[in-house]
Ligand binder design. Structure first.
Ligand code: MN
Length: 219
């Protein structure tokens, strides 16, 4: 009986975050968990101000829209015909929810996974993939995200998007199933790293939940 209640609660919590009105998802950790790589003040502001702002503004933008009950993933597919506020805040909410779930303090890269085998086939080794991510993330002009996606040929690709766009949105050059995404907006690193975005990227790659990334690759 307890298990059924738990499953039901999980179901409800998934639902409440997957459709209008959207809610700020709970974090599975404290703000200081990634110190010194991500300082707790940055975490707190990033989550409580920035992410919360995207959720609030997304709900406002959807309030009177006739398509408000469609999933975000569905709306992403027809993004070009929707108001810009939905693109920016819908992307903002989805990207950050995904980002928090991709980080893990005790990050271990398991070399026996399908993901690992594919990385070795395409990049030679994990360090070479990481180098690609750092390069791609450093090159983004202005605000955006660097992604690792599984593309339509089941290949791993490193690419980037501007602002709060993501690889699920229609007509993106960076397109496919997101495996991992790293926020390179200044609000994600500036308090601690100032203008050293490359150093932030290089450090944050030490707290990626590769187990989660591998699950996404396999699914
Ligand atoms: Mn952000």
């Amino acid at each position: 009986m307890k298990n059924i209640t738990l499953l039901f609660m999980l179901f409800i919590s998934t639902i409440s975050n997957a459709q209008f009105p959207y809610e700020l998802p709970k974090l599975d950790y404290n703000y200081d968990v990634f110190e010194p790589i991500i300082d707790s003040q940055t975490m707190k502001i990033h989550y409580n101000n920035h992410h919360k702002g995207y959720v609030t503004n997304l709900n406002k933008a959807l309030e009177n829209a006739k398509f408000k009950n469609e999933t975000l993933e569905n709306l992403f597919l027809k993004m070009d015909s929707l108001p810009l506020a939905i693109r920016n805040h819908g992307g903002g909410h989805w990207n950050h929810s995904f980002f928090w779930k991709t980080l893990r303090k005790e990050a271990i890269f398991d070399t026996t996974t399908n993901l690992s085998h594919q990385i070795i086939r395409q990049f030679g080794n994990i360090d070479s993939l990481k180098k690609n991510i750092i390069e791609s993330g450093t090159k983004i002009f202005g605000s955006g995200w660097v992604w690792v996606v599984k593309n339509h040929n089941n290949q791993i690709e490193v690419c980037s998007t501007s602002n709060q766009d993501n690889p699920l949105m229609a007509n993106q050059k960076c397109n496919g199933k997101p495996l991992l995404g790293i926020d390179v907006w200044e609000h994600a690193y500036y308090l601690k790293y100032n203008s050293k975005r490359g150093e932030y990227l290089s450090n944050i790659l030490n707290i990626i939940d590769w187990q989660k990334v591998n699950q996404r690759f396999d699914q």
